[in-house]
Write a protein that binds this ligand. Structure first.
Ligand code: ZN
Length: 426
């Protein structure tokens, strides 16, 4: 009984510490009085816990404001330099490692190119790059390793959180990658591994287009297509964390082959590579390979030549995709392919609205931002045509705000969430 009481008191103190830290983080700078109002905690509790947080160096004073007739009130905030967060973006085409202070100001970055699918086919070299990157950003920023709260790693594919995090890639027939165990051979820093879309979604909810919403879907389009689903303020993961594989929902029975082994998946129509393939087929089919005609296509659009030169990945893929989007104003093939893409995307977004009844759909990812920047009215119109009328009317569809490269930032919110939940408990 006595032990139970002690545990309860300790849990309560830890809970208060986390509650106040979250308010200081997201609402700061705030005064002790405001903290009391925001949390409903007594002034005594606020005083005690804030005193602890100040003593631990996690919180600092940030000026003061006049109060009505009384003494000036001291403002408090989370001390940005009291810890560091590392975010790792294991993309299809690169490993990027970024080190941030606690308020997510970037202090150092490191990057290495990858061949697509590398994490699934040959995980060891990818793990080697991540570990090199971790050392590099810590050295570059001058951070003390002891002050690094943790390393968040965002990966493509499904991350199963069990005794250790396993990564199941999207390609059919590959075994799970024991990424956590592999990384553990080279670092003692706390590791938080999650799907890159889920991590990026958390960043948009906390700092970007999702602020203030409790129910949202962050729909991300790059080489792959995924979604982060947030219901009642929490990520929706499903039984074994594979929820949100929106890219592998079917939009065309008997349709185009997808790398997951099925056919007709949304990703096979709106993923960046799928758009390039559909464009290449259309332009190629029309011009039939004749040299002067191919040259004419390139001259007409500035797109076909770029696309033909690089049906590969990485920067080439992004450049070719941007060229098609740029050519849509003047070139019929580009316009047709993008309008078709907007229609498939609308069908996919309508599914999200009908299934999850979100307040907001946030379209992001590098290709999603390019498509949305040009085609958002068309995408909305296509969505309206496929979604149930009432929930569609109650859903805002907008663009992500944290830019096309927010996976590393999103990954850094994984250790940040741990920090805010535990308050680095004593
Ligand atoms: Zn698929």
């Amino acid at each position: 009984m006595g032990q139970m009481n002690r545990r309860t008191v300790r849990d309560l103190r830890r809970g208060n510490r986390s509650t106040l830290l979250r308010q200081l983080y997201f609402q700061g700078p705030v005064s002790r009085q405001e903290l009391g109002t925001l949390t409903g905690l007594s002034s005594g509790s606020v005083s005690n816990v804030v005193g602890e947080l100040l003593a631990d160096g996690l919180v600092e004073e940030a000026g003061s404001v006049e109060s009505d007739g009384g003494r000036p009130r001291t403002l408090l905030r989370v001390a940005p330099g009291s810890g560091q967060l590392i975010g790792v973006d294991v993309g299809e085409t690169h490993v990027r490692v970024e080190l941030f202070d606690l308020t997510l100001t970037e202090l150092a970055r490191w990057e290495h190119p990858l061949t697509p699918g590398g994490l699934e086919r040959e995980p060891e070299p990818v793990v080697g790059h991540i570990l090199t990157g971790l050392d590099a950003v810590v050295a570059k920023s001058g951070a003390e390793p002891g002050k690094v709260v943790g390393v968040g790693v965002g990966v493509p594919g499904v991350v199963e959180q069990g005794d250790e995090a396993l990564v199941h890639g999207p390609t059919a027939g590959r075994d799970a990658v024991p990424l956590e165990r592999l990384l553990r051979t080279g670092t003692e820093l706390p590791l938080f591994i999650d799907n890159g879309a889920t991590a990026q979604g958390q960043a948009e909810m906390w700092f970007g287009a999702g602020r203030g919403a409790d129910n949202a879907v962050i729909a991300l389009i790059g080489s792959g297509v995924g979604a982060a689903i947030v219901t009642a303020g929490m990520p929706y993961r499903g039984a074994t964390s594979s929820a949100g594989e929106w890219g592998h929902t079917v939009v065309q029975v008997g349709g185009r082959a997808c790398r997951c082994g099925a056919v007709g998946c949304l990703e096979a129509y709106v993923g960046a590579q799928a758009v390039l393939d559909r464009y290449g087929r259309r332009a190629g089919g029309v011009y039939g390979g004749a040299e002067e005609d191919a040259a004419a296509a390139g001259a007409a659009a500035g797109a076909a030549a770029g696309v033909g030169a690089c049906l590969g990945a990485g920067e080439d893929q992004q450049a070719a995709f941007a060229a098609i989007v740029g050519a849509a104003g003047t070139e019929a093939w580009a316009r047709e392919v993008l309008e078709e893409t907007a229609a498939y995307l609308g069908a996919g977004i309508a599914d999200l609205i009908n299934l999850f009844n979100p307040e907001r759909i946030i379209l992001g990812g590098w290709a999603g931002l390019l498509l949305g920047g040009r085609m958002l009215p068309r995408i909305r119109a296509a969505t309206a045509a496929y979604a149930l009328h009432r929930p569609y009317a109650q859903t805002e569809i907008g663009l992500a705000e944290l830019g096309p490269d927010a996976v590393a930032l999103g990954a850094a919110t994984l250790p940040l969430a741990h920090f805010l939940a535990t308050g680095r408990a004593r």
